[in-house]
Design a protein around this ligand. Structure first.
Ligand code: NAD
Ligand code: TYD
Length: 342
């Protein structure tokens, strides 16, 4: 029996991955380990609640006992659990260092003793390369992270590699570009802008809106990870890029068009500190293994808008009733919006 341990499986990408794996491998068993932070939500796993091949365990990756027991039984560990929002890391970086670096260390230590482990997949990010003015980042490029989130992920990325180089834990590292799709927490730009537009709230666009992100549909990311479980080489890094480089201003107009709302909702606000201008990934390496994106960005974005439109029950309580989220929103956007053209 093949057993996959997914950390952070109640979050955006993790929950999509849990469902993808259960769907694609009829005889595999999946355990989700998640602390259920503000970003982790059991609703994300609603569709697999009654699937006997799936087990949900509420727990913290930083807790050695909990993590060690679960890693022991795993054939594959796919490690998504992390603090993930750049803006929150700029407000307060401590949790990022703790979860993203120390939590990864705890799992890697457990992996040293795991008898059946075939792969430990460290989910890293394109942000570890830093901003790239021209060309595309290759797996061998230097890491130049520029914000506390990216730096904590770069620390975990290299720590994971060190457990391969030193102890021969069968680690691989994946560096994906910006994901989008259903179940993304409405603090990230696409779900924030869609849900604000649906309620006629302004869309706070940072700086000059010319920053570029390379959008990857979450199901394409899941397909890449599934392929890598079986076709990768330990110790290697794999970029997973969307191939859809879009300026934020263009993305914002696309969202407004799809929701059917006017450009007057766009509110230019003060820029993010240290805002990376552009990310871009060279994906030649994973393509040689047979992966390619199945989702065209225009279709994927339209489907995503439709998902948020139909699933207001999922995001409305967060935005309207969750006091922590409302506090965060005020802290993040109130000051930033002052003194700029609205
Ligand atoms: P997310 O914030 O939606 O989910 C993170 C999950 O981790 C949540 O369910 C949360 O409860 C859980 N978690 C946090 N701390 C934990 C802890 N100490 N113990 C157990 N669980 C904990 O994040 P996401 O967007 O799904 O990202 C998942 C992973 O993918 C992260 O490692 C992130 O760095 C990486 N990544 C994300 C993107 C993106 O565009 N979203 C791109 C590249 C890489
Ligand atoms: P985000 O979704 O936070 O992802 P990341 O920082 O990991 O790339 O942001 C994507 C882009 O959108 C980034 O260039 C910052 C910008 N952005 C805004 O302009 N306004 C916002 O309110 C947010 C959250 C992001």
């Amino acid at each position: 029996m093949t057993h996959v341990l997914v950390t952070g499986g109640a979050g955006f990408i993790g929950s999509n991955f849990v469902k993808y794996i259960l769907e694609m491998h009829a005889d595999w068993h999946v355990t989700t380990l998640d602390k259920l932070t503000y970003a982790g939500r059991l609703e994300n796993l609603e569709e697999v609640r009654d699937v006997p091949r799936h087990r949900f365990v509420e727990g913290d990756i930083c807790n050695r006992d909990a993590a060690t027991a679960l890693v022991q039984d795993a054939d594959f560990v796919v490690h998504f659990a992390a603090e993930t929002h750049v803006d929150r890391s700029i407000l307060s970086a401590g949790e990022f260092i703790h979860t993203d670096v120390f939590g990864t260390f705890v799992l890697l230590e457990a992996a040293r003793q795991a008898p059946r482990l075939k792969r430990f997949v460290q989910i890293s990010t394109d942000e570890v390369y830093g901003s790239v003015a021209e060309g595309a980042s290759r797996e061998t490029d230097e890491l130049r992270p520029r914000n506390p989130y990216a730096a904590s992920k770069a620390g975990a990325d290299r720590l994971a590699y060190s457990y391969w180089a030193t102890y021969r834990v069968p680690v691989i590292i994946t560096r994906a570009s910006n994901n989008y799709g259903p179940h993304q927490f409405p603090e990230k730009v696409i779900p924030l802008f869609i849900t604000n537009a649906l309620h006629d709230l302004s869309l706070p666009l940072y700086g000059d809106g010319q920053n570029v992100r390379d959008w990857l549909h979450v199901r394409d990311h899941c397909a890449a990870l599934d392929l890598l479980l079986e076709k990768s080489t330990p110790g290697e890094v794999y970029n997973v890029g969307g191939g859809n480089e879009v300026k934020n201003i263009d993305l914002t107009h696309d969202i407004l068009t799809l929701v059917g709302k006017p450009p007057s909702l766009i509110q230019p606000v003060a820029d993010r500190l240290g805002h990376d201008r552009r990310y871009s990934l060279d994906t030649a390496k994973i393509r040689t293994l047979g992966w390619t994106q199945a989702h065209a960005f225009a279709d994927g974005l339209a489907e995503t808008v439709e998902w948020y439109t139909r699933n207001e029950w999922w995001w409305r309580p967060i935005k309207e009733q969750d006091l922590a989220f409302r506090d965060y929103y005020r802290q993040q956007y109130e000051e930033r919006g002052k003194g700029v053209k609205g």
